[in-house]
Write a protein that binds this ligand. Structure first.
Ligand SMILES: *[C@@H]1O[C@H](CO)[C@@H](O)[C@H](O)[C@H]1NC(C)=O
Ligand SMILES: *[C@@H]1O[C@H](CO)[C@@H](O)[C@H](O)[C@H]1NC(C)=O
Ligand SMILES: CC(=O)N[C@H]1CO[C@H](CO)[C@@H](O)[C@@H]1O
Length: 335
């Protein structure tokens, strides 16, 4: 009986089943992605941070533009805007992006605006350096390796910046270089992830040289709860390197928010909880590690992730679904 069935028939049936299944899963995905219409107010924006340099010092702002690739400082008379994690230090030889885990002193390096073509590099015990923002047409592109992705383009900022950074980091004339991501014309090369549990995340969620998504949000109540449990010090929320700090809800409420709306325009989607590493144990004012691996040690005692990554959790990674301006005091709504 079976042998009488035309094999073409079987193939066609199988193909139509898989096509329907594929369409169904696309539909499911679309459903999950539908922006809700009912919102509940849970708090307001307490602080906003931009980190122009990956793992570098923070810039506290009152207002920011929330773009697809993260926060951007407002246009001033100097006509230059700084984007979150648009600069990164990379190794001259290994062409690998550096972070606070291996170089804690990065946290003391400040990037600010000098004029419309120049940024300022500042750090304790260092003379201020003015660096021209390199143009992409300078034909000075390099590919650097990042934590989760194979390669990303960077535009090198020149030898003077490289010497200054190498002096600051290891009192040498070379070794480290400054890279810049020209996000006004984003170019996502091979930004796929090397870790299986990040593999499903598309390019559209990514920030520039940020670890994963374009926005990290931290709830002040969760930081307060951690401080209540920690044996010493009052750790500031900024050590978790958030872009948005929320004032209002109960500790760890943020774990369950699916969608976040800020003010009238900006809509963000919760992508994943944030697993924390030792770069959260560095004092942002001097780059010195807090004693006893705190506050990570305390956090590990009660907030260890049960997922594939064994690390304590603080904050959530967000994708920007709708862009716009955000400012301190703006209401935060969730769905
Ligand atoms: C920091 O850099 C180290 C060494 O390259 C890497 O193993 C680690 O995953 C990075 N961590 C983060 C959070 O970027
Ligand atoms: C964090 O996310 C992981 C999946 O990556 C999940 O297994 C875990 O339950 C989440 N933890 C909390 C507290 O939401
Ligand atoms: C003008 C400029 O920034 N030139 C730099 C381009 O990048 C290389 C290294 O990748 C540097 O050596 C140049 O100084």
């Amino acid at each position: 009986m079976i042998s009488k069935i035309n094999p073409f028939f079987i193939t066609a049936a199988l193909a139509s089943v898989s096509v329907s299944f594929y369409l169904y899963s696309l539909f499911r995905k679309k459903l999950n992605d539908k922006i809700p219409t009912e919102w509940k107010k849970i708090g307001k924006i307490k602080t906003l941070f931009v980190f122009p340099l990956k793992s570098g010092h923070f810039l506290e702002v009152d207002v920011a533009e929330c773009s697809k690739v993260g926060l951007k400082t407002m246009k001033t008379s100097k006509n230059l805007q700084l984007r979150d994690r648009s600069f990164a230090v990379y190794g001259e030889k290994d062409l690998t992006i550096k972070n606070g885990t291996t170089i804690p002193s990065l946290v003391t390096i400040r990037i600010s605006i000098h004029d419309e073509n120049h940024i300022t590099l500042d750090a304790p015990q260092m003379e201020t350096l003015y660096v021209r923002i390199p143009y992409r047409r300078d034909d000075n592109k390099t590919f650097i390796k990042t934590e989760l992705r194979d390669t990303m383009e960077t535009i090198d900022c020149g030898d003077e910046a490289a010497r200054w950074l190498s002096q600051k980091i290891k009192q040498a004339d070379s070794g480290y270089r400054l890279g810049y991501y020209h996000a006004n014309e984003p170019i996502w090369e091979t930004r796929y992830s090397k870790k299986p549990y990040y593999y499903i995340f598309p390019d559209s969620i990514s920030g520039l040289y940020s670890f994963l998504t374009s926005i990290l949000l931290v709830n002040q109540a969760s930081v307060n709860d951690l401080n209540d449990r920690a044996p010493v010090e009052d750790f500031p929320a900024v050590i978790f390197r958030p872009n948005i700090v929320v004032d209002g809800p109960e500790p760890y409420d943020e774990d369950n928010w699916k969608w976040i709306k800020i003010g009238e325009d900006v809509i963000l989607k919760n992508i994943k909880n944030c697993t924390r590493c030792v770069s959260t144990t560095i004092d942002p004012d001097n780059g010195i590690r807090y004693p006893e691996r705190e506050p990570l040690r305390t956090l590990s005692k009660y907030r260890l992730n049960k997922g594939p990554e064994k690390a304590p959790l603080m904050g959530i990674h967000l994708e920007v679904k709708k862009t716009g301006l955000i400012k301190i005091g703006d209401p935060i709504l969730i769905a």
